[in-house]
Design a protein around this ligand. Structure first.
Ligand code: RIB
Ligand code: NA
Length: 310
């Protein structure tokens, strides 16, 4: 099928309100601006990989509504294979009302809708796609059993699996670790998975070692402006990869920009190796936080210095 990156994951229409600060319980505040955009961690990661030049495909479910129709068109506009994006009339397309406060930090409510109807059968229906890809990416915005089925199928056929355990889920089945070549949580998700506070680079190094022992080959914990740490079974040293200082406008989707970029590099430029791929994915995530929105802030290959791509 000639696809290099397949994402099995979520589609959410993001409903973004820009507010001076996040409202307190029972409080009504006035926002300054509203925008609607394509989001969902799965779709975001797929779009980022595709924009950089990966031959990308999405396995997902949307509702039989306008949001769903627009979603399919958006995949097309981003050059993404959508043979396995199915439509259900049993639920609505996922939505994510988001508040972004002045400093660029966000809080998000997700109503998954159709995302939760993406089933193990849907994964098996996409077997030829999944097993012929170079990299498969999964998250936790769909039914966890569906995610696990996708990771297992990919891994069984030697496809590199990247698992982004987001949103965080405590007491994750250990199989999620053993079927992930790379697990990539952010600091909050790493706290949920380990039960330890992950604030500093040192905390993250400790958490990464704990996650590594649960059976995945490599752990990357992203730390926002502090960059990320990488732990692998090949060495006892946990590497810190710093992030460049940038002016933050909107961090929504920055983690997705990172993971989509990482998948692009590992699939299309494997000669770069993991650390260099992480370094470049950090730069691309840094670009995405400097403009508003999720997918709207993800750069296309044509807008970038070609040196960062190859
Ligand atoms: O990671 C950002 C994404 O999380 C948003 O696009 C929103 O849809 C939520 O799923
Ligand atoms: Na952004």
């Amino acid at each position: 099928m000639n696809i290099s990156v397949t994402v099995v994951g979520s589609c959410n229409t993001d409903l973004i309100s820009y507010v001076p600060r996040l409202p307190k319980q029972g409080e009504t505040i006035q926002g300054s601006r509203f925008s609607m955009g394509f989001g969902g961690k799965g779709a975001n990661q797929c779009v980022m990989a595709a924009r950089l030049g990966a031959k990308a495909a999405m396995v997902a479910k949307v509702g039989a509504d306008t949001f769903g129709e627009n979603f399919i068109k958006n995949f097309k506009d981003n050059g993404i294979n959508r043979d396995f994006v199915t439509v259900t009339d049993q639920s609505t397309t996922g939505v994510a009302p988001i508040c972004v406060e002045e400093a660029g930090q966000n809080s998000i409510v997700i109503v998954p809708g159709a995302n939760l109807l993406l089933s193990e059968e849907d994964v098996y229906a996409a077997k030829s796609l999944i097993t012929s890809s170079k990299v498969v990416i999964c998250q936790l915005e769909i039914n966890p059993q569906t995610t696990l089925a996708a990771l297992k199928l990919a891994k069984k056929f030697g496809v590199l699996t990247i698992f982004n355990p987001a949103p965080g889920l405590a007491n994750l089945d250990t199989e999620f670790y053993t079927y992930s070549d790379i697990i990539c949580p952010n600091e909050t998700e790493a706290e949920i998975l380990t039960g330890l506070p992950v604030k500093s680079i040192e905390d993250a190094k400790m958490a990464a070692n704990i996650l590594l022992k649960r059976g995945c080959g490599k752990v990357i914990i992203t730390l926002g402006e502090q960059g990320s740490v990488i732990a692998t079974t090949d060495t006892s040293e946990v590497k810190h990869v710093p992030a460049q200082k940038v002016k933050v406008v909107d961090t929504t989707g920055a983690g997705d920009a990172f993971i989509g970029s990482l998948a692009f590099y590992l699939a299309e430029n494997p000669h770069l190796g993991l650390e260099e791929s992480v370094r470049r994915a950090t730069i691309l995530a840094g670009i995405s936080v400097q403009s508003p929105g999720t997918q709207t802030s993800m750069p296309w290959a044509s807008e970038l210095d070609p040196k960062i791509l190859s």
